[in-house]
Design a protein around this ligand. Structure first.
Ligand code: ZN
Length: 145
């Protein structure tokens, strides 16, 4: 897999120094998602206060793409309202569906544009999206309460 070396560095840095890793003791909702094609696993906890994400914590194991992606996602979405978060999630989903034709919106995605190159590799897109799909699920469950 060929990724821009700077982007690769950003991804590896999140993999080695994951943000918001370690599950919160309490949560409004919790989900566990698995990417069977690669063996990646993520458990995601969310806490909301008036539709604002006060904490998004996770634990997991798997490849560097899956773990770095959930690390960046939790960093990006913590503190945002659910409405703001869904804009970020949609933007990332579009980037991952671009098959390498999009560079991503760095104003919305910040460091997560590092995954632009991953969209060329269908087998790795699932890895990159695992945490984001878990977020969609956990936010729906938290709102249903
Ligand atoms: Zn993976």
């Amino acid at each position: 897999m060929e990724l821009d070396s700077l982007y690769q560095e950003v991804i590896l840095d999140h993999y080695k120094h994951p943000q918001h890793k370690g599950l919160s003791p309490t949560f409004d909702a919790q989900v566990h998602h698995v990417n069977t094609s690669c063996g990646d696993e993520i458990t995601l906890n969310i806490n909301l206060e008036n539709d604002r994400i006060t904490s998004l914590t996770w634990d997991g194991q798997g490849c560097s793409i899956s773990q770095a992606s959930v690390s960046m996602m939790s960093d990006l979405l913590t503190g945002k309202s659910l409405e703001e978060a869904s804009i970020v999630v949609d933007s990332f989903s579009q980037l991952m569906a671009s098959k390498g034709t999009s560079a991503g919106d760095s104003e919305i995605l910040e460091d997560a544009v590092s995954f632009a190159g991953v969209s060329k590799f269908p087998g790795r897109v699932k890895c990159a999206l695992l945490g984001w799909m878990a977020f969609k699920d956990v936010s729906i469950q938290a709102q249903a309460k």
